[in-house]
Design a protein around this ligand. Structure first.
Ligand SMILES: Cc1cc2nc3c(=O)[nH]c(=O)nc-3n(C[C@H](O)[C@H](O)[C@H](O)COP(=O)(O)OP(=O)(O)OC[C@H]3O[C@@H](n4cnc5c(N)ncnc54)[C@H](O)[C@@H]3O)c2cc1C
Length: 368
């Protein structure tokens, strides 16, 4: 029922704008409005804070179905989870009430600020600092590649509070867009997901009350990593969605397109490609849903499962979307058809929330 509901909404209210959002590199406001109207913009927020209380699998299905028509738009429910999960996992009850309630209502989105210009895969090498000053913390630094920066009202920011302790000297905070000293860089000019704004976040003497710290001092990096264990599965969901969208489009196209006097779907070379695409998607879906179940249960092997699902599904998305372009021939290479956008959008799923090389490091360290 959930899949049917979100698929109808995505096809009616998000898909019609997907090409324009990409072409004009603009925020998918129509998607945000439609998702908020149907309470699907941040489904993971627990019911006690006014949220839909969706479990990890239901959240995956929402993201998957939005990504099937527009990956940029799927960053809305995905990054709302990424940005707010540190608060849900480790925040005080007051912080949860204060920030989950507007998020659930659609009154403010959340972003997640871990990466920096010189700290990507080695996120613990961050330089952004938070210094205690009485009942306040003062933050200074630059966060890079922040999804939905400028659009979101709330930002989970990881910052160094004790430079002698590396990852154990990092703490997490909630920073608001309206806090004095917060500003944003120009939107990055990207290969894909052009509708999802990616900007730097500048923190210039941002003075916030001490109760905006998420969890205890020094636990921010652990919270950030624990968050990724759960949210990498939402990246797998994006990958799965875009791969399914490309397969669905290609399946229709090969029935219509005629060469040598018959539909190209009649050629076994084409049929075998479609079979491989569908097989890989089925495997990615099984792994992703299994990881979502592990996330919901909090299984001991969640770290492995989340990394495996993200890595496998994103590699599948890249292969399947590239094959979809191939199946459309020269037409697939043009912006008159959606598959080249899907191929460009798929690429990011192999890079963010840890590159697929990093996922392999994570899996190797957590072999089941
Ligand atoms: C569009 C977009 C949106 C993003 N959104 C966010 C966001 O909302 N919040 C956020 O905090 N971050 C975000 N990121 C950042 C993203 O997570 C990082 O780009 C990513 O983790 C890689 O870091 P890097 O770009 O610095 O690459 P680098 O770490 O410099 O990596 C370069 C290459 O080296 C490889 N490499 C690095 N270390 C190793 C190793 N030990 N072994 C083998 N290979 C290695 C990498 O796999 C990669 O191929 C986003 C990035 C993009 C592009």
């Amino acid at each position: 029922m959930l899949r049917d509901a979100i698929r109808s909404l995505a096809e009616a209210k998000i898909a019609p704008y997907a090409a324009a959002v990409d072409e004009e590199a603009r925020f998918p406001q129509e998607a945000l409005d439609a998702l908020v109207a149907s309470d699907l913009h941040a489904v993971h927020v627990p019911e006690e804070y006014g949220g839909a209380g969706a479990d990890a699998l239901a959240t995956v299905i929402v993201i998957e179905e939005v990504a099937r028509v527009c990956v940029s738009s799927s960053l809305i429910p995905a990054v709302n989870k990424l940005g707010s999960l540190p608060v849900i996992l480790s925040g005080s009850e007051e912080l949860k009430k204060k920030y989950m309630t507007p998020l659930a209502k659609g009154d403010g989105m959340f972003s997640y600020c871990l990466s920096e210009p010189d700290a990507g895969s080695d996120a613990a090498g961050m330089k952004t600092k938070a210094v205690r000053d009485g009942d306040f913390w003062v933050l200074n630094g630059v966060k890079r590649w922040i999804t939905n920066a400028g659009v979101s009202d709330y930002y989970t920011v990881m910052a160094v509070t004790d430079p002698t302790k590396r990852s154990k000297g990092i703490s997490a905070f909630v920073v608001e867009k309206s806090d004095e000293g917060v500003s944003f860089g120009a939107p990055e000019k990207k290969l894909g997901i052009k509708g999802s704004p990616t900007r730097e976040v500048y923190l210039d003497n941002v003075r916030i009350p001490a109760d905006r710290m998420i969890g205890e001092e020094g636990t921010g990096f652990a919270t950030a990593m624990k968050t990724l264990d759960h949210t990498r599965i939402t990246i797998a969901a994006q990958a799965l969605g875009v791969a399914q969208g490309a397969l669905d489009y290609a399946k229709g196209y090969v029935q219509e397109r005629k060469q040598f006097g018959k539909p190209i779907a009649d050629f076994q070379g084409i049929q075998f490609m479609l079979a491989d695409m569908a097989m890989k998607i089925a495997a990615a879906r099984a792994l992703t849903y299994q990881a979502a179940a592990a996330s919901e249960r909090g299984d001991a092997d969640l770290t492995f499962q989340g990394a495996a699902a993200k890595c496998f599904a994103s590699d599948v998305a890249m292969e399947v979307t590239t094959d979809a372009v191939q199946l459309l021939g020269g037409y697939g290479y043009t912006r008159d058809y959606p598959v080249e956008r899907m191929m460009r959008d798929a690429k990011i799923t192999q890079i963010y929330e840890g590159t697929n090389q990093v996922q392999r490091i994570v899996m190797a360290r957590n072999l089941p």
